[in-house]
Design a protein around this ligand. Structure first.
Ligand code: NAD
Length: 416
């Protein structure tokens, strides 16, 4: 049988597995299998050549029992409603595991931002916000950056929202530039949170990570900061990194300053000076201690899981591992730090950003880092202890922790 790579089918299968362990009430289970609300819309954009192009956009509010929906907006040519649904479901579990008072949401637009001029990208971003403005807000749903969206796009969306509403509301969107109310420490937050979980993994497995080897797939916001922090904070030797154009390798470790400079100048990592090329598929099966998928979904599958040699897989990307690959990792004793735990640092600092916006009082980067560390360490411990106690995988354990918190809020509200 061929593997089902539909991200939402995978998210539902993961929930089903955890629900069986929990003996979750069937009505609660049925409720949690589907998004509470979703919006589909068309976004007309005036292109530079004078024509109008129509883009398709989505916003999914998966569950808001614990607080306003929260989740990024992704611009991608292969975007589908099922990807957005899956990512919104994972946001629900992520905010619960991180224990921030938010629900789960996600958005997306089917587009290739690399084919758009800056002006077209701005008009598309503003168009997205116009389409969702009445459904988002500090108390309803708070978007943020994700794949192919960044602080500048958040700034355009914020401006569009505030222009439409006629008042300032910086907390309507997170991942903004600091000059517009963004939080110090937000750009590295996802990677930093993941690094904390790798540090804690080293502690529970009693592995000395200094000088241990690491490979990273993806060199965007998350992957490039992961390279920097893996070296600076953990003393890991990052021997390979990649992006959608290919990968690079150096057995003695890749120099972050040199690779990131090359990536900034050329827009890609291949051919960074002093490195050898490596394919994305080969990077995933390198003989390293820590593998960090930090790109997109479905990278570790039934096809390659058996060949993965890493001892620790730290899922900084969302949904990089399929259920079949999970089974293989479980059998091989690979320590998987599941995505909605490993990459919860981003939403945690986004929540800090909302708090600072509400108070109009801003924290310095060291305070953000300290509070992030505490949240991530606590979340890691909750999941690790659950896995030990129930004798389940870390992924199932993360679901058990998260489902319990979301279900408690739903019961208290009288929904089920
Ligand atoms: P990004 O757009 O900044 O970077 C994505 C990177 O992945 C790019 O380097 C791109 O070239 C690379 N890539 C894409 N397809 C690839 C492929 N097939 N093989 C190898 N590399 C490929 O995105 P990002 O914000 O860094 O997000 C990366 C992952 O982390 C996504 O799964 C995202 O959902 C997740 N995530 C991001 C955040 C955040 O705060 N940005 C938070 C939580 C989770």
């Amino acid at each position: 049988m061929t593997e089902n790579l539909n991200p939402f089918a995978i998210a539902q299968a993961q929930l089903d597995e955890a629900a069986a362990v929990l003996q979750l009430d069937p009505d609660m289970h049925a409720f949690l299998r589907e998004p509470m609300r979703e919006f589909h819309f068309t976004i007309p954009v005036r292109m530079d050549d004078g024509r109008t192009r129509i883009f398709r956009g989505f916003r999914v509010q998966y569950n808001d029992a614990r607080g306003p929906a929260k989740g990024g907006v992704r611009f991608h040519p292969d975007e589908t409603i099922d990807t957005v649904r899956a990512l919104a479901a994972w946001m629900t579990w992520k905010t619960a595991v991180a224990d921030v008072p938010l629900g789960g949401g996600k958005g997306g637009v089917i587009c290739n931002p690399r084919e758009l001029s800056r002006g077209e990208l701005e008009r598309l971003s503003r168009g997205y916000m116009r389409s969702v403005a009445r459904y988002v807000g500090l108390t309803q749903d708070v978007p943020a950056p994700d794949v192919n969206t960044n602080a500048q796009i958040m700034a355009w969306m914020l401006d569009e929202y505030e222009t439409l509403m006629g008042h300032h509301e910086p907390g309507v969107i997170t991942g903004k530039p600091q000059a517009l109310g963004g939080s110090a420490g937000r750009p590295p937050a996802t990677a930093m949170g993941g690094i904390v979980t790798i540090r804690e993994t080293g502690r529970v497995l009693n592995i000395d990570l200094r000088g241990a080897t690491c490979a990273i797939q993806g060199y965007g916001n998350v992957g490039s900061f992961a390279h920097k922090l893996a070296v600076e904070v953990l003393g890991l030797k990052v021997v390979a990194v990649s992006d959608e154009f290919g990968g690079i390798y150096h057995g003695d470790g890749l120099d972050y300053a040199a690779v990131s400079k090359h990536a900034r100048q050329t827009g890609r990592v291949p051919e960074a000076p002093g490195t050898e090329p490596i394919g994305n598929a080969d990077l995933l099966t390198l003989d390293v201690d820590v593998l960090i998928p930090a790109a997109i979904e479905n990278q570790l599958t039934a096809q390659n899981a058996d060949e993965v040699r890493a001892r620790i897989v730290a899922e900084m990307a969302n949904g990089p591992t399929t259920p079949e690959a999970d089974d293989v990792f479980e059998e091989k004793g690979v320590y998987v730090i599941p995505d909605f735990l490993c990459n919860a640092g981003g939403v945690t600092v986004s929540y800090f950003e909302m708090v600072q916006n509400a108070y109009q009082f801003y924290w310095d980067e060291s305070l953000v880092a300290e509070r992030l560390d505490k949240k991530m360490t606590t979340a890691f411990q909750a999941v690790h202890e659950m896995a030990q106690r129930k004798k389940v995988s870390n992924r199932v354990a993360a679901y058990l922790v998260a489902i319990d918190r979301v279900a408690t809020a739903m019961r208290l509200r009288g929904w089920v």
